[in-house]
Design a protein around this ligand. Structure first.
Ligand SMILES: *Cc1c(COP(=O)(O)O)cnc(C)c1O
Length: 373
């Protein structure tokens, strides 16, 4: 029996960063400074540069980074936030925690928020306090020219959820540079994952960055002075050190690797009942995930691949407004969200990460093509 083709392989990743990561941990230990010190400051600078923004603020996780971003932009209780029904639950959860009201609009053929629908919605219901939380899902980048045009025309406040798309671009624009603030997650499966929980937000606005720094740390603006009702959501020195020294230096290479795998799958998966959704216009995607759409019995393909030792996942089995927790929360949907539901019913994610071997990729392709549907 050949080894499993895994969805993620953290053991293998550890073996390739072990030396550097251990010495990063050692340096933090020897420094005697464990929270909000020079490692976090250094990592924030590197991250800001990487994201093409002036400021980065490390947080405890991606969920908190989105919540903090919305609060920094002045979201008030009951303000509507337009967003996608197809994402990690955290996107919507952040809106609810910040006391906003999610308004779900449908996705496009790539599975990302349909910006044409956002435009039509705002034309029909102009609002002086409109917030938008678009998600660059699957490692794709939404069309940022279109997003910028929306921002200008409707005076929108935008938080870009870049949890799955660090390093992606749309033409010449980097992901996260059109919204006032962008939020990132370093959850281990993400393209830049740390060894535990972590997140950050990036912005070009000094005031937003300062307020976010305070909010992540009890709302503290100077020693023992608390100007805001903040939270405790700090990035650890150890996580920052490991990312700076071991993981961030590999990001570009692992992104190229993900792109090559995506190109391979696109070229060689040829089963008539498997469709591969397109990239959004102008997207330079970083392929956090590789979604395919199954016309037929998804479970039968999953089972077939499992029998060949290939792991798969579903992103996401239900759209967010259908989650039980949403019954306790105010929200609205603009229509029946048909395309998002189609993704929930038909999507399957194939393994895509830099630890896969050529043999693994061939097995995935052969497995898909040999499915007897
Ligand atoms: C992972 C993820 C988040 C949440 O990040 P955490 O660090 O797990 O809190 C938010 N949005 C999207 C799109 C994600 O994929």
């Amino acid at each position: 029996m050949e080894p499993l083709v895994r969805l993620n392989d953290f053991q293998k990743q550890w073996r390739s960063i072990r030396e550097v990561a251990l010495s990063a941990v050692d340096r933090v230990g020897e420094s005697g400074w464990l929270i909000l010190g020079s490692e976090v400051r250094h990592f924030e600078m590197e991250l800001a540069t990487k994201m093409g923004c002036a400021y980065a603020v490390g947080c405890g996780n991606g969920l908190d980074a989105i919540e903090i971003a919305l609060r920094v932009l002045g979201l008030r209780e009951g303000d509507p936030v337009l967003t996608t029904p197809l994402s990690a639950f955290a996107s919507t959860l952040a809106i609810i925690r910040a006391k906003g009201v999610p308004v779900f609009l449908d996705v496009d053929e790539a599975g990302l928020l349909d910006l044409a629908k956002v435009r039509r919605f705002l034309e029909a219901q102009p609002s002086a306090r409109a917030f938008l939380l678009p998600v660059h899902l699957f490692g794709h980048c939404l069309n940022l020219d279109a997003l910028a045009a929306l921002r200008e025309r409707f005076n929108l406040k935008i938080v870009e959820d870049c949890a799955q798309a660090i390093g992606a671009a749309s033409g010449d624009r980097l992901v996260g540079t059109v919204g006032e603030i962008a939020a990132i997650s370093f959850y281990p499966t993400k393209n830049l994952g740390c060894m535990g929980d972590g997140g950050a937000l990036v912005t070009n606005n000094a005031e937003y960055a300062a307020r976010a720094s305070a909010l992540r740390n009890y709302g503290e603006t100077a020693k023992y002075r608390h100007e805001f009702i903040g939270m405790n959501s700090r990035l650890d020195e150890i996580q920052a050190a490991i990312m700076s020294h071991a993981l961030l230096p590999r990001l570009q290479q692992s992104t190229e690797c993900r792109r090559a795998i995506a190109a391979f799958y696109r070229s060689f998966i040829s089963h008539p009942r498997i469709a591969i959704p397109p990239e959004p216009v102008n997207s330079r995607s970083v392929y956090h995930l590789f979604p395919i759409l199954i016309k037929g019995n998804r479970e039968s393909l999953r089972q077939h691949l499992r029998s060949l030792g290939i792991e798969t996942a579903i992103h996401y089995p239900a759209i967010i407004p259908d989650q039980p927790a949403m019954a306790q929360s105010k929200f609205s949907s603009t229509d029946s969200l048909v395309t998002a539901r189609q993704f929930a019913d038909c999507e399957l994610s194939l393994p895509i990460h830099p630890e896969l071997t050529e043999r693994d990729l061939q097995r995935v392709v052969d497995g898909c093509n040999s499915w007897n549907d």
